[in-house]
Write a protein that binds this ligand. Structure first.
Ligand SMILES: [Zn+2]
Ligand SMILES: [Zn+2]
Ligand SMILES: [Zn+2]
Length: 145
């Protein structure tokens, strides 16, 4: 899987050291199917890597800034970015039942540019948009019952 290798490169390109905890968080995110909290992530890091929740939070801050991971607000957790293109508009469909996420991008220009006021006193605007519903596997399992 390219996620870990790509992310390591991105960290190096941005001047971040490749530490045990950073690699460990990458490994946990690469295998996750649903958003994970810092506590969930910490719990999945092997014992031999010295880390704690504060360290995991710091790592996640960096990952979020670089676009390696996204914060999913409706599930209060983090997921890896599924796209190499770290810029642009990242959308998530989040399953109400199992919490599984599906990431998708939309083409430039940003759909939101039309509605953001020109004089908004913010810069470096980015957005993560979440929509929710029932994923395919949950809707199939409902039908079987
Ligand atoms: Zn993304
Ligand atoms: Zn589901
Ligand atoms: Zn957009």
């Amino acid at each position: 899987m390219a996620f870990t290798e790509d992310s390591v490169q991105l960290l190096k390109d941005n001047g971040y050291k490749i530490t045990g905890p950073r690699i460990a968080v990458l490994n946990v995110l690469s295998k996750a199917h649903t958003p994970l909290s810092a506590y969930d992530i910490e719990g999945q890091i092997p014992e031999n890597i010295p880390t704690n929740v504060v360290t995991v939070y710091r790592v996640l801050d960096i990952f979020e800034k670089l676009g390696i991971a996204h914060r999913i607000h409706t599930k209060e957790g983090f997921v890896r970015c599924d796209f190499e293109l770290r810029h642009g508009c990242h959308f998530f469909a989040v399953c109400d039942q199992c919490g599984r996420t599906h990431e998708f991008l939309h083409d430039d220009p940003c759909l939101l540019k039309k509605i953001i006021p020109k004089n908004l006193p913010f810069k470096n605007l980015k957005h993560i948009t979440e929509i929710s519903g029932i994923c395919q596997s949950c809707s199939l399992s409902v039908n079987i019952k």
